[in-house]
Design a protein around this ligand. Sequence first.
Ligand code: SAM
Length: 227
Amino acid sequence: MRIDIISVVPDLLNSPFAHSIMKRAQAKGLLEVVVHNLRDYTPYKHAQVDDYQFGGGAGMVMMPEPLAIAIETLQKDRPYDEVIFMTPDGPTWNQKAANTLSLKQNLMIICGHYKGIDQRIRDHYITMEVSIGDYVLSGGELAAAVLVDSIGRLIPGVLNDETSALSDSFQDDLLSHPVYTRPANFRGWEVPEVLMCGDPKKVEAWRYEQALKRTEERRPDLLQHEE
Ligand code: SAM
């Protein structure tokens, strides 16, 4: 999968994909993340990409032309499955959406800044809008990093043991069961006995029970399936 990200602060995205699973995904050739500086595409002097709002009011708006040029330039090289705009007024990101996008070939992500981007770009180029939660960040870069990480780890072959992702929270609409590691006794706090019994069926049953209990307590909304 290839993911192109358009940003006015590309340096913010130097680190998130240079470590751990994202680094490994790229080394394995399963994921390519390319970050583009929007200022490289602007036709305006002084690399201008934003201007005052029509109608007045505080805050600048990202101009349509640099974004249109950047999107069209990238689209000349490959078709994109989705052109995504990170925005707090979009549908909230979730694991189901991450699963769906992990099977795509090419994604483009637009990071907003200031008051956001000119509405005409949203109307004519954007195919999907995504919020990462009900709060406002200064820019779309951190949100884009969240998106890429959550998608990237689900690309088939990226995780060494893919069953690990299947037991994570939100797969199957359940939160994850509690996890423990050595030592079995830490300051007098014992690991549940069942995890040491060596019977995989009993362990699996206990984990399911714990996942269900945790979901009922913390996120009962996940258990309310539509008929
Ligand atoms: N004026 C916009 C509003 O109220 O909806 C907020 C603009 S925000 C300061 C600048 C940019 O940060 C947005 O265009 C968007 O790209 C990004 N951003 C901020 N919060 C976000 C969130 N919760 N999810 C995704 N992107 C977000």
